[in-house]
Ligand binder design. Sequence first.
Ligand code: HEM
Length: 173
Amino acid sequence: PYLNSLLSQDCETPQLNPVIEPLSWMLGTWLSDPPGDGDYPTMKPFQYLEEVHISHVGQPMLNFSFNAFHPDTRKPMHRECGFIRLKPDTNKVAFISAQNTGLVEVEEGEVNGQELSIASHSIARISFAKKPHVEQITRTFRLNSDGKLEQTVSMATTTQPMTRHLHITYKKV
Ligand code: HEM
């Protein structure tokens, strides 16, 4: 908040850096609608709420935060934040995320129109991270024709092959 207030001292929102124009459809504050679906062969299906902020400060990258909540108790659950970068003059994307579970990951992939597909390139975790460990992650983000943002996350762990873990759509608020 302190640095962001410095940012706004010079008045309005900074101009969008042209490098990230291909990802501008992701910008905004988004709320799950309907609640997201969680799944995995090892667990009972569950639902969750999620609030997403995707913003920029004029740099050639997006800033993001994804904050999940329990649908009934509203208790905070999974949280992650990071940056999305575009290699200038290409459609090559890097997604850099730190998660409250002790996982830090880099995913890479491509943006094509209003769809971003990425796969893990490196994953690091704290020494006492809960098992089973994640070995691979893939995600797809898409802006649908009804204006909703959709995210699908699949993962492979030390016990399961690549399988879907999350599917959620968000409406812009
Ligand atoms: C379980 C990874 C995002 C909710 C798990 C497990 C892993 C994992 C490895 C254990 C799987 C097993 O026991 O076989 C991830 C990764 C995420 C992510 C890599 C993001 C890229 C989320 C989100 C939610 C969530 C957004 C929403 C609330 C859960 C729940 C469980 C679970 C409820 C089962 C209980 C538990 O183990 O805590 N996740 N997860 N996860 N995840 Fe996620």
